[in-house]
Design a protein around this ligand. Structure first.
Ligand SMILES: [Fe+2]
Length: 239
């Protein structure tokens, strides 16, 4: 920003005099303070915009859950577990936030899967599975439009990868799977097991934990499972 340093009309000061320099300094300082205020306004607006976009995405995720009573509340619980496990593993505040938000939105891509497949009461056939397996990619594409949620998009894309490399969509293994996605995967499996489904009743906490332990180091990340079990031990049992 160009700043006029010449003295104001009516101010009689010699060239380079202390008065003139003092005036110039005050103007520069005022311009600087104004710039700081603008920067703060822009930062605040950007945060408001992020929140508005996130709320819209959440609305979409809720609309998806409203279609399927069996998954109602699932995203919220996966987000909450994801946040707690990320904190227990010592992730930064930003990373915890990303895992929590991505946990909430992890299945948003099911919006692009036919409702007949999502609500099917029995096992899916090969074609239906092929459609269902697209949801992590669709979800990542939906949120990838928002630059600030780039890492959240990765968590969504990889939440069905398995540590032994047998997951989808890319068959990544071990540490190649972003940690956030490994966290959401554990929370997702636990919550699915402890929830009623059309084809089976919810498992009790103890049986679900046994399943997690069995899958640790295979489908699921060992360290994440250990952190999850440590937290779940103290959590009140779900009805
Ligand atoms: Fe999923």
């Amino acid at each position: 920003m160009a700043t006029r340093l010449e003295p104001r009309r009516g101010v009689r000061a010699g060239e380079g005099s202390p008065d003139e320099l003092a005036i110039a300094y005050r103007r520069l300082n005022a311009a600087y303070q104004q710039t700081l205020r603008y920067a703060e306004d822009v930062r605040r607006l950007y945060q408001q915009l992020q929140r508005a976009i996130y709320q819209s995405l959440l609305g979409l995720a809720n609309a998806l859950e409203a279609k399927d009573p069996y998954t109602r509340g699932h995203s919220e619980r996966v987000g909450a577990w994801g946040r707690s496990v990320a904190a227990a593993l010592g992730l930064s505040a930003d990373e915890i936030e990303t895992v929590g938000q991505a946990g909430l939105l992890h299945d948003i891509g099911k919006i692009g899967v036919p409702e007949t497949v999502i609500r099917k009461q029995g096992p899916l056939d090969a074609d239906e599975w092929a459609l269902m397996r697209r949801h992590p990619l669709i979800g990542a594409q939906i949120v990838a439009a928002f630059e600030f949620f780039k890492r959240g998009a990765e968590v969504i894309r990889y939440h069905h990868e398995r540590c032994d490399g047998t997951g989808y969509p890319d068959g990544l293994a071990g540490a190649a799977i972003p940690l956030g996605a490994r966290i959401v995967a554990v929370a997702d499996v636990y919550d699915a097991l402890t929830s009623d489904r059309p084809y089976r009743r919810a498992l009790p906490h103890r049986a679900a934990v046994e399943h997690l332990v069995e899958q640790a180091g295979r489908a699921l990340d060992e360290e994440v499972v250990a952190a999850f079990i440590g937290l779940a031990r103290d959590a009140p049992a779900r009805s």
